[in-house]
Design a protein around this ligand. Structure first.
Ligand SMILES: *[C@@H]1O[C@H](CO)[C@@H](O)[C@H](O)[C@H]1NC(C)=O
Ligand SMILES: *[C@@H]1O[C@H](CO)[C@@H](O)[C@H](O)[C@H]1NC(C)=O
Ligand SMILES: *[C@@H]1O[C@H](CO)[C@@H](O)[C@H](O)[C@H]1NC(C)=O
Ligand SMILES: *[C@@H]1O[C@H](CO)[C@@H](O)[C@H](O)[C@H]1NC(C)=O
Ligand SMILES: *[C@@H]1O[C@H](CO)[C@@H](O)[C@H](O)[C@H]1NC(C)=O
Ligand SMILES: *[C@@H]1O[C@H](CO)[C@@H](O)[C@H](O)[C@H]1NC(C)=O
Ligand SMILES: *[C@@H]1O[C@H](CO)[C@@H](O)[C@H](O)[C@H]1NC(C)=O
Length: 905
């Protein structure tokens, strides 16, 4: 008995409700052995029976209501406090109990009229509404309903509980009337703790908040608060904790702070507070935690902050701070976290920080620091995370950094560091054996020389990014290492040469493209059966693809990039069980023969790129069985035969975003319904899932497509671009009207074929189209005037056809260069010099086009719907999100010219 009473009082202490506990519960709730009232016990048992209690692994319940039994004194049950005289239940603490079930207005909870403290936090009340029945607890001083899955509007009646000293409604799905705060500050003036985090309040904070003159902690995070914050709140002398984070429409300056304050925690992160941090912040002498990240602060970091010797956590990221880190920071001896990333700070590495032996996280990233890194970094003897990426640090990387035993992650990418990592005098330094380093990111620097062998022996190292440097080789000692834990190794874009580096330990990602590795692909690579990504593209590898790679296919490999090498021979039939493969690139090699039919086993394949080889095959219709295929590039091979399909639409390529079969030898006509089969089943598909490590996208497929007349490397662009490139083949007949169904098409290139007939007017429904190339065909008739409405078009090329009549009058057409329309029979009007003679320049007067063709599109739409019953609206070949920077970029590369003045008649 005694024991459970103690636990009750410990629990009440943990509610951080000391005054309440000692005055009320201390006086009335003494352990006198008083039996509880039967009606109250029945109410409790009924309450308990309304809930399920789920026991989740890894989650400690504080106690269990299973110990509530019909027999016995309910005053001795876990979580219950009784009044010692009347035996009435005055405290109910069911917090952190994994209870599940609703609490509605008829709940027996509300029979416990005399409750003074009620804690239901961290349970799951299944989106229950807050009943006005809570107002029956007229004596309530503590109400804690946080993290309990309550929903709906907070009833304003709740504010009748005027004795509340502590109110916590945070982290539910609650909202409040606009007048809620005003009423709250009017009625609940004795509050000491107020926590409304995640309650959707959507109003300003009214000035009468300063009515709460006892306030100690105020948590209003993520409440959608707007307007100016009444800065006098920050001057309430009793207030210890204030958090407004996540209210990104709440603004205000910081006030001039006085000496009379108790502030320990100030969190304004992700708000729109702005202005300078006043020097008077040096008056907050109790401050431990200062979070001002991602606001609009500017100016210098005041040196008075260095006077706040109790500071443990300072985060100033994502503002516009300039200047240096004040030297006074050298006296913040308690500081464990200093994060100032993404500002405009400059100057040398802040040497005063080397004094801060408790510092465990230091981020200077994304600033403008310029200097060498200090040689004695190891005085930061408790450092765990060091992030200095994207600055202008120069010189060599101090070896002492690697000797800090606690250090787990080093980010130094995107600087101008040089020298070697050699430390040749340290070839097997024993003091590295207790290194905690798990991630080393050095990409985009100027580091030269060999990759030192001690790197492989760091016992906890998992991720190493050395990409975009000038490393030229590996310390010979590497050969003997077979126990490293490194599983992600990024060697891309360095000066490595000689045989491909193949680690002897199991690795998941080997990225080695953009080097000068030469010779054949070593057979030993086939032993790396846990490989997920193998990228050895853009090297000088030759020979054939070893059959034994089949072993990798059958395991986990998802990305294989052998592109841009001198590999040759037939592609081996090794893909039958490559069910994890998402991206296969063998482009720009010398492969011959047919596409291996075993590719049909790559059921997860999203990207297949075989461009620029000597492959000789018919169109691989069988690939339509790969339901995730988004990108198919057969460009520049010896593919041949007809594109005419023999399937019904339902079974066609369902996710294809990009098809580039240009520069092959495809022949035949495209039947009028051709594009139905390319579009009918398409819908918004999943984006490819890329690998993210430490917030950096780690592998990006890339692919070169000709768009807007220039070859560009599109990186991951196939999620946002839809392209059909059939150019440079021997296709003939009409361009099918059904092309108008491909509503999301951005690039259409049918040039250099032998298409005849009119330009289909259905092209006018391709409202996303940016690039249209029909040049070098035998197209005749007029350019459909409706095309002038394609406002997204920035590149148009109709030259070398048999077109006649006026060029449509619209900015898109007029800004093309004349060469886009040259070599036709009778095109006229700007941008050509040839005048139309006045009659036909008005687009409204254009004849023909018309009804027949418009009808055609409608019919095809109907046909497509008929073929694919599930797809009624939005018949698309793919989902497009318009590309970043699209406009500027288009202007740049399409060389927009000014419309010419129309010549006089
Ligand atoms: C509410 O209860 C939870 C869980 O016990 C606790 O973490 C939180 O601090 C309490 N809220 C207040 C304002 O005491
Ligand atoms: C509360 O604030 C209002 C408006 O600011 C004021 O009129 C009222 O007197 C205050 N009440 C108390 C108890 O401070
Ligand atoms: C730090 O505090 C001392 C007195 O406690 C004061 O003289 C000094 O000006 C303060 N420094 C700053 C930078 O505010
Ligand atoms: C480092 O701390 C010592 C006292 O522990 C102090 O005298 C010195 O000025 C500090 N150095 C810097 C650069 O702040
Ligand atoms: C490294 O950079 C520093 C500063 O830019 C320069 O003085 C030094 O010569 C460079 N060292 C090497 C080895 O390139
Ligand atoms: C393609 O292969 C066939 C035999 O399968 C052969 O007759 C033809 O000449 C080849 N084409 C080229 C361009 O090599
Ligand atoms: C269309 O394809 C042809 C032949 O491949 C190429 O020369 C042209 O530049 C492409 N047009 C555009 C707009 O990319």
């Amino acid at each position: 008995m005694e024991g459970s009473w103690n636990s009750v009082s410990i629990i009440l202490l943990s509610l951080s409700f000391l005054v309440f506990n000692s005055t009320f519960l201390g006086a009335y709730g003494a352990p006198s052995g008083h039996l509880c009232r039967q009606d109250q016990r029945d109410a409790l048992l009924e309450l308990k029976n309304g809930f399920q209690q789920s026991f989740r692994p890894f989650r400690d319940l504080r106690w269990s209501t299973t110990y509530w039994k019909k027999e016995g004194d309910c005053c001795s049950w876990d979580g219950i406090t009784c009044d010692s005289k009347s035996g009435e239940v005055i405290g109910l603490d069911l917090g952190v109990n994994s209870l599940e079930g609703e609490i509605n207005s008829s709940s027996s909870l509300f029979k416990l009229h005399n409750l003074r403290a009620l804690n239901l936090a961290y349970n799951d009340f299944k989106s229950s509404f807050l009943s006005i029945q809570y107002t029956t607890f007229t004596e309530l001083t503590l109400l804690n309903l946080s993290h309990s899955n309550f929903s709906g509007k907070i009833p304003v009646e709740l504010l009748q509980l005027t004795k509340l000293v502590s109110l916590d409604l945070s982290s539910n799905s609650l909202s409040a009337e606009k007048s809620f705060l005003d009423n709250l500050f009017r009625n609940l003036t004795t509050l000491k703790e107020l926590s409304l985090g995640s309650v959707d309040i959507s109003s300003e904070i009214p000035e009468n908040i300063t009515n709460l003159s006892y306030l100690k902690s105020l948590y209003l995070d993520d409440c959608n608060l707007i307007g100016g914050f009444p800065s006098r709140v920050l001057l309430i002398p009793t207030i210890k904790s204030l958090s407004l984070s996540g209210n990104n429409k709440m603004e205000g300056p910081l006030p001039k702070f006085h000496g009379n304050n108790s502030l320990e925690v100030l969190d304004l992160s992700s708000t729109s507070f702005s202005g300078n941090i006043p020097n008077s912040i040096g008056n907050l002498k109790h401050l431990n935690v200062l979070k001002l990240d991602y606001c609009n602060f500017s100016g210098l970091i005041p040196s008075s902050l260095g006077n706040l010797s109790g500071l443990t956590f300072v985060s100033l990221s994502g503002n516009n701070f300039v200047g240096e880190i004040p030297s006074s920071f050298g006296s913040l001896k308690q500081l464990t976290t200093l994060i100032v990333e993404s500002n405009k700070l400059s100057g040398e590495f802040p040497l005063q920080l080397l004094n801060l032996t408790k510092l465990s996280s230091l981020s200077l990233a994304y600033n403008q620091f310029t200097s060498t890194l200090p040689p004695n970094m190891s005085s930061l003897s408790n450092l765990e995370n060091f992030d200095a990426r994207q600055n202008s640090f120069v010189g060599y990387i101090p070896f002492t950094l690697f000797t800090i035993p606690s250090l787990r992650v080093i980010y130094l990418s995107d600087n101008q560091l040089n020298g070697t990592l050699g430390f040749s005098n340290m070839s097997s330094p024993s003091h590295l054996n207790n290194s905690s380093l798990s991630g080393l990111y050095l990409s985009n620097n100027r580091i030269t020389g060999q990759v030192p062998s001690w790197l492989w022996s760091l016992p906890n190292l998992i991720t190493v990014d050395l990409s975009n440097n000038s490393f030229s080789g590996f310390d010979g000692f590497t050969k003997d290492i077979s126990t490293s834990k490194i599983s992600v190794l990024d060697l891309r874009s360095n000066d490595f040469q000689g045989p491909l580096f193949v680690p002897r330990w199991p690795i998941t990602d080997l990225l080695a493209s953009g080097n000068n590795f030469s010779g054949e692909i070593p057979i030993s690579i086939c032993d790396m059966t846990s490989l997920d990504i193998l990228d050895v593209g853009n090297n000088n590898l030759n020979g054939s693809v070893p059959e034994c790679l089949r072993k990798l296919m059958e395991r986990s490999i998802s990305v294989l990039d052998l592109g841009d090498n001198h590999l040759g021979g037939n592609l081996p039939d090794i893909f039958m069980n490559a069910s994890n493969m998402r991206s296969l690139n063998v482009g720009h090699n010398n492969f011959v023969g047919k596409l291996p039919r075993s590719l049909i086993g790559c059921s997860s394949l999203e990207v297949l790129n075989v461009e620029h080889n000597g492959l000789n095959d018919t169109f691989p219709f069988w690939l339509h069985l790969l339901k995730k295929l988004q990108v198919l590039v057969l460009r520049s091979n010896e593919f041949h035969g007809s594109l005419q399909h023999h399937f019904q639409g339902h079974f066609w390529f369902t996710q294809l975003r990009i098809i580039d079969i240009s520069h092959n030898d495809f022949t035949g006509t495209l039947a009028s319904d051709f594009f139905i089969y390319w579009s009918a089943m398409s819908s918004k598909g999943d984006r490819p899932k890329w690998k993210y490590i430490g917030g950096i996208s780690y592998y990006q497929d890339s692919i070169v497509l000709t768009n807007k007349g220039v070859e560009l490397e599109y990186t991951r662009i196939f999620t946002i671009l839809t392209t059909i490139d059939f150019s440079g083949n021997r296709l003939h007949g009409k361009i099918p009207e059904s092309v108008g169904l491909l509503k999301d098409l951005i690039v259409l290139n049918l040039s250099r074929n032998s298409f005849t007939g009119n330009i289909p007017s259905s092209l006018a429904s391709l409202t996303q189209l940016e690039s249209l190339d029909l040049s070098h065909n035998k197209l005749s008739g007029q350019i459909p005037s409706a095309l002038r409405d394609l406002t997204t078009l920035s590149f148009i090329k109709f030259s070398h056809n048999k077109l006649i009549g006026p060029i449509p009058q619209s900015t898109q057409f007029q800004t093309q260069s004349a060469s886009s329309f040259e070599e036709n029979i009778g095109l006229c009007g700007p941008p050509l010099d040839k005048n139309c003679g006045g009659v036909n320049t008005q687009p409204s007067q254009q004849p023909e086009t018309g009804e027949e063709e418009e009808e055609g599109v409608l019919n095809w739409t109907a046909a497509a719907i008929g073929l694919a019953p599930g797809v009624i609206f939005g018949i698309t070949i793919g989902h497009i999100v318009i590309t970043l920077r699209r406009l500027q970029w288009l202007m740049k590369i399409s060389g927009v010219t000014k419309p010419r003045c129309q010549g006089s008649r």
